[in-house]
Write a protein that binds this ligand. Structure first.
Ligand code: GLC
Length: 439
């Protein structure tokens, strides 16, 4: 499995970046690159570092790190770089990119590189990684600052997403209600290309996709100006998974700051503010769940999806909250636990959720990177048996169905793209990571 996983990453290496998959996603994606780098570091640290440097080179002047980077120009992928209309924006970056961002898991990965090379105490590698950490730190700091300020609509510092793609969970049932309230008045001409290599019933439905395009069109008409976007975008959501990944990333950024002798006061401020508002914004005591929040309509989004476990990854849950998440949801046969008709964990939406669809992208299939983050979170709270079960399921899915983009939780059949990079990268991390990372 290790050599097969390495082969997938080599196969998808486009030189300047590693594609998430050979055909379906021919450019560089933000959180994909972070997970890919984590896996690569197990056998080619220079390539892992080049992957991160490539992504950070595309950072916008205002601090945003974009969700798609097109270093090699257009392909048969929609949307092409020109569709974003970012060419003449003073705050855009030096490389053609999308105008949206994605969850900042990158900072956590950079911290893991830095700690692991220290533990291995190999002088040359330590110097090399230290130089890289010096380079990466100001970029990451600027990105976090942008998330906590340019995307802060209500003074909480919890970033708002302006498009479902920013969550990384494109068509999750979490967005159904917000998208239902959007009527695409005028749609620019476009041609979907996401169903050439993947079956239509594993991809978003047409009305969702039209809204994705409509929101891009609105954003570009607002010149992607952060303040105006916060005022005018009809989709404005604070997401539990995104905010949890950011909080964990803030912790990891602080660790990097201390190691580099950089000041920590600003990061401490973000950490304290998130801790102060997180429960009031997201925790639903009656259901024992974290729920997303629709900032536009000022209402919680009453949908039970996989991100509800992400506060464990960030250390944001109290032991009591963690115990409820596990007993009432993770181990609940009707929601996330294996049952007679669904053998694999973790469905990306609860099985009893209205929008649950076991083969349709983010509406139910199992995703390996989500499993990895949640297993890390479960371990953080001492739920080792649950974490081991999740990791076992991930490896069983990969062993039976290959390195796929996502998997049907009922029978483990692979869905979406083939030869998927982060499924390969996280296989390496699951099989080799604990050896080099006692934490
Ligand atoms: C899809 C996923 C997103 C991922 C991208 C590339 O858009 O929803 O999370 O980053 O594909 O793999």
């Amino acid at each position: 499995m290790i050599s097969r996983a390495q082969r997938v990453l080599r196969l998808n290496d486009a030189g300047e970046f590693i594609k998430p998959s050979p055909r379906q996603y021919p450019h560089q994606w933000n959180w994909d690159s972070a997970f890919i780098a984590l896996g690569l570091a197990h056998f080619d640290l220079p390539r892992a570092i080049a992957e991160v440097r490539g992504l950070l080179r595309a950072q916008w002047r205002d601090g945003m790190v974009p969700h798609i980077v097109y270093p090699t120009g257009p392909s048969d992928y929609f949307p092409p770089p020109a569709f974003w209309q970012t060419q003449n924006l003073p705050h855009a970056g030096p490389i053609p990119s999308s105008a949206l961002t994605q969850p900042p898991i990158l900072t956590t990965v950079v911290r893991m590189f830095s700690e692991r090379t220290h533990q291995q105490s190999n002088g040359n590698a330590t110097d090399y990684v230290l130089r890289f950490t010096h380079y990466a730190f100001p970029h990451l700091l600027a990105w976090h600052r942008w998330l906590h300020t340019a995307r802060d609509a209500d003074g909480t510092g919890l970033p708002c997403l302006i498009h479902p793609w920013e969550s990384g969970m494109d068509n999750s049932p979490l967005w159904a209600n917000a998208l239902d309230h959007i009527t695409p008045a005028i749609l620019p001409p476009f041609k979907r290309r996401d169903m050439i290599h993947v079956a239509a019933d594993e991809r978003p439905l047409a009305p969702d996709y039209e809204r994705f395009v409509y929101l891009i069109d609105l954003g570009r008409r607002l010149c992607w100006e952060p303040r105006v976007l916060l005022e005018q975008m009809p989709f404005l959501i604070q997401d539990v998974l995104f905010c949890s990944i950011l909080h964990r990333a803030d912790e990891d950024l602080r660790t990097l700051a201390v190691a580099l002798g950089e000041p920590t006061a600003e990061i401490d401020g973000w950490l304290a503010r998130t801790r102060a508002v997180f429960d009031a914004r997201f925790w639903n005591e009656a259901r024992g769940l974290y729920l997303d929040y629709d900032v536009r309509s000022q209402t919680p989004i009453d949908v039970n999806a996989c991100g509800t476990f992400a506060p464990l990854f960030a250390g944001l849950a109290s032991p009591e909250q963690a115990a409820r998440l596990v007993a009432e949801h993770f181990d609940n046969l009707a929601e996330y636990a294996p049952s007679a008709d669904s053998c694999f964990r973790l469905p990306s939406a609860a099985k009893n959720e209205r929008g649950y669809a076991p083969r349709r992208y983010w509406c139910g299939p199992v995703w390996i990177h989500i499993n990895w983050m949640i297993a890390e979170g479960l371990r953080r709270y001492g739920f080792d048996a649950q974490a081991d079960a999740l990791e076992r399921d991930s490896l069983a899915l990969i062993a039976e169905s290959g390195f796929r983009e996502y998997y049907d939780p009922r029978d483990g059949r692979g869905c979406g793209a083939d030869d998927f990079s982060w499924s390969a990268a996280l296989t390496l991390e699951m099989l080799l990571g604990s050896r080099s990372d006692p934490a």
